[in-house]
Design a protein around this ligand. Structure first.
Ligand code: ISJ
Length: 364
């Protein structure tokens, strides 16, 4: 390609960038107008709601449907995710608490869902994320809820039993783990490997094959593991890209998770009810009396009404020995007439039924 051709193309890019810049600014001004209209139409004492997850899901879906390439749908949606995040921050910067410290997969999930224009606050434990949201110190919290290799995150499920929270969204993240070492690590004399228990479990076979005799030490998070390695010459950490970057560690081995599709699902928790988008999920907690056929009775209404159950999990109820609660996720919104009637049928048989929230299915 000649210099001449390159120069012409760069001029074209400059002129396109000017148009993109102007259009983004116009979009941002529109978002400011939306804020003005929302404020003007408030009733006495009503609190304005700036963040609309159902609208954001629709915007991203529309972008993906209309995208003709060459950028892929996910890539394009990611760019629009950031534009919306910045536009919303003009209306109101969201405050989001997540399971920290900085560099955790939960932080990456928070950024994937809300974009980078949020004020994010790392918390030391899942329960603290719930408490921070309940106290009103942040608008939303982000917590892991299940992993495709290791199953439920029980701390999160149990926290739902203790706090009144509304689930406002979900996001899924592919989890890639690396074996990380610091500048001073003697790589041939590694005697301990730090990571979160979930990550150690997700890499169990790889560790058995490559480091069978090395001590595996579970710490509070992958980011904490990465932090420890920085100051030790004989240890390594299993963690992801964010933690590696944050603590300046290098990858001794990449993508060491046992299952290549290893993914974690995260929930956004808050106090805001989300209206239907037409492609939603609902999460409920149900406790049934301890008698034969109780689980069957719970599931029949879903089957009879053709409602797709996406997940069912059992936890001790904490209100009696050997009594249980069921966490159930299914397709649909609790305001859909069909879902409403299913929930009514269940509540007739159940000891207790609580809708944790209906929210758009993960778009990104
Ligand atoms: C602009 C709005 O407010 C926020 C910003 C959005 C955007 O930038 O597209 C979408 C939904 C809201 O989170 C709106 O409610 O439409």
């Amino acid at each position: 390609m000649s210099e001449q051709e390159l120069k012409a193309l760069r001029l074209r890019i400059d002129s396109l960038d000017e148009k993109v810049l102007e259009l983004i600014s116009e979009r941002a001004r529109c978002a400011q107008e939306v804020a003005r209209v929302k404020m003007a139409s408030l009733a006495e004492g009503e609190v304005p709601v700036f963040y609309r997850p159902e609208r954001e899901a629709q915007v991203l879906k529309r972008v993906m449907e209309r995208n003709k390439g060459p950028l892929g749908n996910e890539e394009m949606a990611r760019l629009f995710r950031e534009i919306m995040s910045s536009c919303l921050a003009l209306e109101q910067p969201l405050k989001v608490a997540y399971l920290g410290p900085e560099g955790t997969f939960t932080q990456a999930a928070a950024m994937k869902h809300f974009g980078h224009a949020v004020i994010s606050k790392p918390m030391a434990a899942i329960d603290e994320v719930f408490r921070e949201v309940a106290a009103g110190a942040v608008n939303f919290g982000v917590v892991p809820v299940e992993n495709s290799t290791e199953g439920a995150v029980n701390h999160t499920l149990d926290s739902f039993l203790e706090h009144d929270m509304v689930i406002c969204g979900e996001v899924e993240l592919r989890i890639h783990h690396h074996l990380l070492v610091g500048e001073n690590t003697k790589t041939d004399s590694i005697s301990r490997i730090y990571s979160h228990a979930q990550s150690l479990a997700q890499c169990r076979k790889w560790l058995d094959a490559h480091y069978p005799n090395v001590e595996r030490i579970a710490v509070s998070s992958n980011a904490e593991a990465a932090k420890r390695v920085k100051g030790e010459w004989n240890s390594a950490a299993i963690a992801g890209d964010m933690a590696a970057g944050l603590y300046g560690l290098t990858r001794l081995a990449e993508k060491i998770e046992d299952r290549p599709d290893n993914s974690t699902r995260f929930l956004m928790i808050g106090s805001q009810e989300v209206p239907p988008t037409g492609d939603d999920k609902t999460s409920i907690i149900v406790s049934m009396s301890n008698r034969p056929g109780a689980l069957h009775e719970l599931l029949v209404p879903f089957h009879e009404n053709g409602i797709d159950l996406t997940r069912i999990e059992t936890r001790p109820s904490r209100s009696g020995k050997w009594t249980y609660v069921f966490f159930i996720d299914f397709a649909g919104h609790h305001r859909d007439p069909l879902v409403k009637s299913v929930l009514e049928q269940i509540s007739q048989e159940a000891v207790a039924l609580k809708v944790l929230g209906s929210y758009p299915k993960a778009v990104l």
